[in-house]
Write a protein that binds this ligand. Structure first.
Ligand code: FES
Ligand SMILES: [Fe+2]
Length: 540
């Protein structure tokens, strides 16, 4: 083949696209014969097919072409493998039986009166020995057929099992339903709403949760409270006011409210009694301010997954994101998108792996393969990940996070702030490069990096949200690397209700001990038993 030169880069790009860079060897490679590697299963099936063709031809019932056509039809569907099996073994068995019958018939004919009269004793003896050999060969063939029947039966059972699992997996995945609505049941959880370090004395920290405006502030003793960010007088946002003597003062007419929401000061008028704004149960733990927005009594505060010993916190970032929190969580729980989406940031230059798998060690957590990343979803809205780095900034594929020298620990909190909006709290810790914490402007730098990465995702997730608003289904065709995100969605579907029983079942699930969770196989059947939720709740 004549090699063509493409000295002009633009012409080369037009000809070969962005990947080849105009390497003129490409055409030669494309023209080379392709070698197809067959798996063991392929070989088994092909052998089975060849056997069928042989049997049919021996029986002389159909032409090779007709047999092949029928086989191709049968091979199109897995469940038809049983028919193929029966087809092959029956044909084989009947061919063998025909051989035995034929041999017996010959023996009988040889031993008949008429034959004995016509044939000499020596010739008859020779004939009988030959016939005996024929019968023996037929019997041997029968044994072979029996062995083949057993082998094929085993293989068919394996295929059937595989097909059943695939069907169950498919039906299970198709039960995940995306929604932009915030299910009432989601309210009955503790939510980390702000970093404690960002709620200073005399500071008002507003945020939205489930479409309602709230504001955090500390009293004189440092106790943090959460009240509705809306004055009881004329609905002015209280967060525009200030903290006075441990109370929040409205900037409009100066009404003041305690942390419990009670209005205790009304300047320039007679104090009205019993005026108040709503407040939420509020507490601090693990460096977060937590609130309980539910209608049911608060449960025990959950322990948020902390970085292992030896880690130092490097950044705490809060950002309002214009996408629904579930979509953002699903994005964070998916690593397969990284080499396609994050091509300008952390996944720059990452090759596309042959496969990406999430290996579930428990119901909502496990590790990614081939990436050295452990990840879990922590209900109701957190993603914890531990990333192993072979050297600062470099990821090495094929390892587990624990096998790496350096680690990055990330916590993403995706608060359902209002419809189509998320309040994202991001905390990053590392077990190396401690010295960077004292570098001037480092916080700005981390914020910039986080913004870049988030920006790459947001344009896509916002696009998904747009399609959902137009009625599209974001879970129409999930695949195996969507496992963790699908499990999140199933968990979320399971809290779509406000009944006590349902909440108890979901709470029981989220409280499962590590032992119980680890004993759960990632096998689909076990998963379904582990999290089978319907309108009556979840069976755990
Ligand atoms: S609106 Fe708040 S005091 Fe009047
Ligand atoms: Fe991403």
């Amino acid at each position: 083949m004549a090699h063509r030169c493409w000295p002009d880069p633009e012409a080369r790009f037009k000809r070969f696209g962005k990947d080849s860079g105009g390497n003129f060897f490409l055409e030669a490679f494309q023209a080379a014969p392709q070698v197809r590697l067959r798996s063991t299963e392929d070989r088994c099936r092909s052998q089975l097919a060849d056997l069928t063709v042989l049997n049919e031809r021996l029986a002389g019932r159909q032409t090779t072409w007709q047999i092949r056509t029928r086989l191709e039809y049968l091979k199109t569907r897995r469940r038809n493998w049983e028919s193929i099996y029966e087809y092959v073994t029956k044909a084989d068995a009947s061919a063998t039986l025909a051989m035995i019958e034929e041999a017996n018939r010959k023996v009988e004919a040889a031993l008949s009166e008429e034959s004995r009269e016509r044939t000499s004793v020596v010739a008859l003896k020779t004939q009988l020995v030959e016939l005996q050999q024929e019968v023996n060969a037929a019997h041997q063939r029968l044994h072979l057929t029996q062995a083949r029947v057993d082998f094929n039966m085993q293989r068919i059972n394996e295929l059937k099992e595989e097909a059943t699992q695939l069907e169950r997996m498919r039906s299970m995945l198709s039960t995940a339903e995306s929604t932009l609505d915030m299910e009432p049941g989601l309210r009955n959880f503790w939510y980390p709403t702000a970093f404690s370090s960002k709620v200073d004395a005399n500071m008002l920290v507003p945020f939205d949760l489930f479409g309602e405006p709230w504001v955090l502030f500390r009293n004189e003793t440092g106790v943090v409270s959460c009240v509705k960010d809306e004055c009881a007088h004329r609905a002015c946002p209280l967060s525009l006011g200030k903290v006075v003597d441990g109370k929040v003062q409205c900037p409009y007419h100066g009404w003041e409210y305690t942390g419990a929401g009670e209005c205790v000061t009304m300047p320039s008028t007679v104090q009205c009694l019993g005026i108040r704004v709503s407040s939420l149960p509020c507490t601090e733990q693990d460096g977060f301010v937590w609130v309980w927005p539910g209608s049911q009594p608060p449960t025990e505060l959950p322990a948020l997954a902390q970085p292992p010993k030896g880690f130092t916190m490097h950044a705490e970032i809060e950002v309002e994101v214009p996408v629904e929190h579930g979509l953002l969580l699903e994005n964070l729980l998916d690593l397969a998108h990284a080499p396609f989406t994050h091509t300008s940031t952390f996944a720059k230059g990452w090759p596309i792996p042959d496969f990406v798998k999430f290996k579930a060690a428990r119901l909502l957590g496990g590790n990614w393969d081939p990436y050295p990343i452990d990840m879990s979803f922590e209900p109701p809205c957190c993603v914890v990940s531990l990333i192993g780095l072979s050297q600062p900034g470099k990821i090495k594929r094929g390892l587990r996070a624990g096998e790496c020298e350096n680690h990055l620990h990330q916590l993403h909190v995706c608060l359902p702030s209002k419809k189509g909006h998320t309040r994202l709290l991001y905390r990053m810790s590392m077990d190396f490069m401690d010295w960077t914490r004292s570098v001037p402007g480092i916080q700005r730098f981390w914020r910039y990096i986080a913004g870049q990465v988030l920006g790459e995702d947001l344009v896509l997730v916002a696009g998904q949200q747009d399609r959902m608003e137009r009625g599209s289904d974001t879970w129409a065709n999930p695949v195996s690397y969507d496992k963790l995100a699908v499990r999140y969605r199933r968990w979320r579907n399971s809290v779509d209700g406000d009944s006590n029983e349902q909440q108890a079942a979901v709470a029981a699930l989220t409280r499962m001990s590590a032992g119980e969770l680890f004993s759960m196989s990632e096998d689909v059947a076990d998963l379904e038993e582990g999290l089978a939720c319907d309108s009556n709740g979840c069976s755990v």
